[in-house]
Design a protein around this ligand. Structure first.
Ligand code: HEC
Length: 200
């Protein structure tokens, strides 16, 4: 066979091969049928429900004081520990060495044997999860990785990712879709601090 006709045959085969590929179909997760069957009008509505019953606000929303005690501040919903808030003035050494835990009244910063952790900003702002992909979110919750990065540090307590990791793909996807709709709050949450016992 002449070299050029051989090349032509190969090219024809490649083209034929490409045409045989099944057409890519994008399946929405969760499907419309599924969330409607569960009684939600949208994927985002299902996500909001899961965030509510998953008590994400407990730790991730600064509070306002009401007659019934602290409640999430609607204007700062899910924006994490406010950068401007003073750290708790407590004897961390006593807390750490006795294995106690303590938190501020907003439940956004936590002291324990791991040092101090600060609840993250989960709003749609770039200082929150605004630039995250769904893959980042799945990795953060399933593998406990900071920012959902493969080489990210492990998330500190009390973020309950070891429990949340059992959420289904549909549930996580719905939560992420909801978080992307949470009004942006610019707040760069402080970095966690190591235990005082280790640094002294
Ligand atoms: C008991 C407190 C608590 C609850 C409840 C909680 N979180 Fe967290 N979460 C934290 C803390 C504290 C951190 C920061 C941990 C760290 O810096 O290592 C965090 C971190 C995260 C991160 C990682 C952010 C980043 O920048 O890497 C995500 C994502 C997250 N939480 C989502 C959620 C969602 C979604 C819910 C509800 C389904 C939830 N959290 C409920 C305390 C909590």
């Amino acid at each position: 066979m002449h070299a050029s006709s051989l090349l032509f045959s190969i090219a024809a085969l490649v083209v034929a091969g490409c045409q045989m590929q099944p057409k890519e179909t994008v399946v929405e997760s969760p499907t419309k049928e599924k969330y409607e069957l569960l009684g939600y009008e949208s994927k985002v509505a299902w996500g909001e429900h899961l965030v509510t019953i998953g008590v994400c606000d407990d730790c991730h929303s600064p509070k306002i004081m009401t007659e019934n005690g602290p409640e999430p501040d609607p204007s700062l919903r899910l924006s994490g520990h406010p950068a401007s808030m003073e750290p708790a003035n407590l004897d961390r050494k006593v807390i750490e060495q006795n294995g106690y835990g303590a938190c501020n009244p907003h439940l956004t910063s936590w002291i324990g044997p791991w040092g101090i952790s600060y609840a993250a900003n989960l709003t749609s702002d770039p200082t929150g999860i605004g630039n995250w992909t769904e893959e980042n979110f799945f990795r953060a919750i399933r593998e406990g990785k900071f920012k959902g990065l493969e080489n990210g540090r492990m998330l500190l307590p009390p973020m309950p990712w070891p429990n949340y990791r059992y959420m289904t793909d549909d549930e996580l996807s719905a939560i992420f879709a909801f978080l992307k709709t949470v009004p942006p709050v610019k707040n760069v949450v402080p970095n966690p601090q190591p235990p005082v016992s280790a640094v002294m």
